[in-house]
Ligand binder design. Structure first.
Ligand SMILES: [Zn+2]
Length: 422
């Protein structure tokens, strides 16, 4: 955390707008976000907020006024995408989720979120889909505006505002039944769903997030909305041009969400080959959030030198079935449960759980951009796309931990981090 903070402080006052001069990035190789093999000796020319050219150094002349940034030994790749974050949460070993929702003033949570946004960007993540403020109302809408207006540094945000739960199914819970407890998401049911979906869209939601199942105390993980209710949500959102994302850990919640037309399913902890195949058939992508599961195990006392707890073992086995099913896997970490800025943990775990580094990089670039309907803007190193680019030391297609050595971060042509603190 402190080094990132320092790096941010050094670059924050820099140039808040895209450079007026073209910039030529000269790395050892370029991973373009699509092809598994990186291109040796490619360069990338950026003008304004766009990638003007990307290709072999021999084919691309730097304009006379270009600023050339030498990135010897480094790989340039598209800015990374994390499709599942909560900027308004901080790690649960610092404060339990219930305390964050019930006791932390919204202004405090927003101040933390400002730091979280900066840490995320400087870790190389230039786009996030933030999946619910968990009791902090519509604060994500304002944070997104602050980033877009370059008041604070942070990733491009797709926001969901409060998210939607079926009445009586979410948390905090556990007080006497006569008390009405504020909830971490907005409650709605068959009669009110359309109104709540429209209201959240009206207030700025880019996606509608629902909880297709929840953990309900002793009753375990239970599906919430019926297939017809989820259909109503999807139809209402779709007619406004807004896609729907569902939290679902259990098989039945996943099945209902997939049948009703949601576009991505989050977690999928207890999914099996059958339901992952259904998702593949319905073109529903999976955000596995492996890093959140690992963090929760650590908070319960597990340390990585000990044998893996049962929950992680079964997660690993389930994930093998996801891979086998052919379901599209998109990088989504659930950062907030663990530290913002540590988002690369998800990519490391995706490799540990059986994907190749190149598959994982695609899941965090072009595949994620497609799942989020951003493929015409970001997710690849290609002429005409926005200049969301990062440079890391080494070759992440060989060794995914190279993503921990981010040396340059550019978003829409603006440099937020560059080698040698310049
Ligand atoms: Zn989440």
């Amino acid at each position: 955390m402190p080094p990132l903070f320092l790096a941010a402080a050094l670059t924050l006052g820099a140039d808040p707008a895209p450079s007026t001069k073209p910039i030529l990035l000269r790395p050892a190789r370029v991973y373009d976000g699509v092809e598994a093999k990186p291109h040796a000796d490619w360069v990338v020319l950026v003008r304004g907020d766009r990638i003007e050219k990307a290709g072999p150094a021999t084919d691309i002349q730097a304009p006379d006024d270009a600023r050339v940034i030498d990135l010897a030994g480094m790989t340039v790749l598209p800015g990374l995408i994390d499709a599942h974050t909560h900027l308004l949460l901080h790690p649960y070993n610092e404060a339990p989720w219930e305390d964050q929702v019930l006791k932390e003033p919204q202004a405090l949570r927003v101040c933390r979120a400002v730091n979280h946004a900066r840490s995320t960007l400087l870790a190389g993540f230039t786009t996030i889909r933030d999946l619910g403020t968990e009791g902090a109302g519509y604060a994500d809408v304002g944070i997104k505006q602050a980033i877009d207006q370059r008041i604070i540094p942070g990733p491009r945000m797709l926001v969901t505002t409060r998210a939607i739960v079926a009445t009586g199914t979410y948390a905090p819970r556990g007080l006497a039944p006569e008390w009405r407890i504020p909830q971490g998401a907005e409650e709605a049911d068959a009669e009110t769903l359309a109104r709540v979906v429209r209201d959240q869209i009206g207030k700025g939601a880019d996606w509608i997030k629902i909880y297709a199942d929840t953990a309900q105390g002793d009753r375990g993980i239970r599906p919430t909305f019926s297939v017809d209710e989820v259909r109503l949500i999807v139809e209402t959102a779709k007619s406004a041009g807004v896609p729907v994302v569902a939290h679902a850990q259990g098989k039945e919640g996943m099945r209902r969400a997939a049948l009703a037309g949601v576009e991505t399913i989050e977690h999928g902890d207890r999914g099996d080959l059958e339901v992952f195949r259904l998702m593949a058939e319905k073109k529903v992508a999976l955000c596995p959030t492996l890093a959140a599961g690992e963090a929760m195990s650590r908070y319960r006392g597990w340390n990585q030198r000990d044998p893996e707890p049962a929950a992680l073992k079964s997660r690993r086995a389930g994930f093998k079935e996801a891979i086998e099913s052919g379901v599209t896997i998109v990088n989504g970490s659930d950062a907030g449960v663990f530290a913002h800025g540590d988002n690369a943990r998800e990519l490391e775990l995706l490799v540990e759980y059986g994907l190749t580094p190149a598959q994982v990089l695609k899941a965090a670039t072009s595949a994620a951009a497609k799942a989020l309907h951003l493929e015409q803007k970001v997710g690849a190193v290609r002429a005409g796309l926005l200049a969301d680019l990062i440079a890391v030391e080494g070759d992440p297609t060989q060794e995914i931990t190279a993503l921990r050595k981010v040396r340059l971060v550019m978003k829409e042509g603006v440099l937020y981090l560059q080698p040698n603190g310049r």
